[in-house]
Ligand binder design. Structure first.
Ligand SMILES: [Zn+2]
Length: 293
C-alpha cells in the first residue's frame, strides 16, 4: 500500500517516528508521501524523507499557512520552495500541499490596512495566486501536485469558495502533468470526470471508514478504482479507529477495506489498483527515493 498523504514530519511524530514507520510497514505500507505546509516544514519533510526508505516529500505552502511581509515576500517563498525542490530532487516527489481554504486566508502585511470586503474576495484572490504560482512550479519541475480544498469556514459564517470556482481555476490552468491528487476529496461526481481528464486523481482518507460518512461513501462507491489513491492524512483526519490527532499510516488498510466493501471487490484488488495509480504518478515525478518502495 502507498500512503499518498501522511504528515510524518509533523512534531507529533518526533519521538515515535521509527516505530510509526515500522508499524506501517508491518501493516503493508511501503510508500509514503510526506506533505508540508510552509517553507520551514518543507525543509523538515525533505530531511525526514532522507531517513525513510520509500518516502518522498511533497513541498509547498498550504493556503492556511501563507503569512507574508509583502507581496514580493510571497513570491520569494515560492522561490524558496523551487530551490528546495531543485536541490533535493532525490527526495522531493511532489508539490504540496497547496490549494484553497477560507478558514485562514493568506495574509500579506502591506494589505492589512486596506478595507477588506466581507466576502474576503481580496484574500481569496491572493490564495488563488499562491496556488497557481505553485502549480506553475510543479509544471516546470515535472512534479505531481497534492491539492487541499475546503470551501467553507467551519462552524461560523465567513468567506466561501465554491467547488465550481476551484474547478474553473483548474480548468483554466489546464492539464496537470504528471498529474495531481485532490486530497481528502469530497466533491460531487458532476465535475469529477472533468477533473479526471485534466489529470486529477482523488485521494480517499479515513473519513470513508466512518459510518456517518454516507454521502461520501455513495460517491466513492461510484468512483472507478482507476481514479482513486489511498491516504491517511496522519495524524489528522479521524478514521473509525483513531480520533483526529492520533491517526497513523498503519491505519491505511482501514481505508482500503472500506473501499473494497463499497465496491464489492476483494481488498487485494483495491490495493493492487490504487498502488498502480500512486506508483505511476510518483515515479513520473522522478524522485530517487521512490525507486526504493
Ligand atoms: Zn494534509
Amino acid at each position: 500500500m502507498i500512503d499518498t498523504h501522511c504528515h510524518l514530519a509533523d512534531p507529533v511524530f518526533a519521538d515515535t517516528l521509527a516505530e510509526v514507520v515500522a508499524t506501517a510497514r508491518d501493516a503493508g505500507v511501503r510508500g509514503f508521501v510526506v506533505p508540508s505546509v510552509d517553507v520551514v516544514s518543507s525543509a523538515d519533510s525533505v530531511a525526514c524523507c532522507r531517513n525513510i526508505r520509500g518516502a518522498v516529500a511533497a513541498i509547498g505552502i498550504h493556503p492556511m499557512w501563507g503569512r507574508f511581509d509583502s507581496r514580493s515576500g510571497m513570491e520569494l517563498a515560492v522561490a524558496d520552495i523551487a530551490s528546495l525542490a531543485t536541490g533535493n530532487r532525490d527526495v522531493v516527489g511532489a508539490i504540496g500541499e497547496i490549494g484553497l481554504d477560507p478558514n485562514l486566508l493568506p495574509t500579506v502585511v502591506e494589505d492589512r490596512d486596506r478595507v477588506q470586503d466581507s466576502s474576503g474576495e481580496d484574500a481569496i484572490g491572493r490564495s488563488i495566486d499562491l496556488m497557481i504560482a505553485q502549480m506553475e512550479l510543479a509544471r516546470w519541475l515535472g512534479l505531481p501536485i497534492l491539492l487541499h480544498f475546503r470551501g467553507r469556514v467551519e462552524g461560523a459564517p465567513g468567506p466561501t469558495i465554491s467547488f465550481q470556482r476551484l474547478v474553473d481555476v483548474l480548468e483554466r490552468f489546464g492539464p496537470v502533468r504528471p498529474g495531481g491528487i485532490l486530497h481528502a476529496f469530497s466533491g460531487s461526481d458532476q465535475v469529477a470526470s472533468r477533473l479526471r481528464r485534466l489529470g486529477w486523481l482523488r485521494g480517499v482518507a479515513g473519513t470513508v471508514t466512518r459510518p456517518s460518512a454516507t454521502r461520501l461513501s455513495e460517491f466513492i462507491a461510484k468512483t472507478p478504482l482507476t481514479d482513486i489513491v489511498l491516504e491517511t492524512d496522519a495524524p489528522f483526519i479521524a478514521n473509525s479507529l483513531h480520533p483526529r490527532g492520533q491517526v497513523v499510516p498503519a491505519d491505511l488498510a482501514l481505508v482500503g477495506h472500506a473501499i473494497a466493501s463499497l465496491h464489492g471487490v476483494p481488498f487485494e484488488h483495491v490495493i493492487r489498483q490504487t498502488d498502480i495509480n500512486a506508483e505511476s504518478l510518483f515515479s513520473a515525478g522522478g524522485s530517487r527515493n521512490w525507486r526504493d518502495i
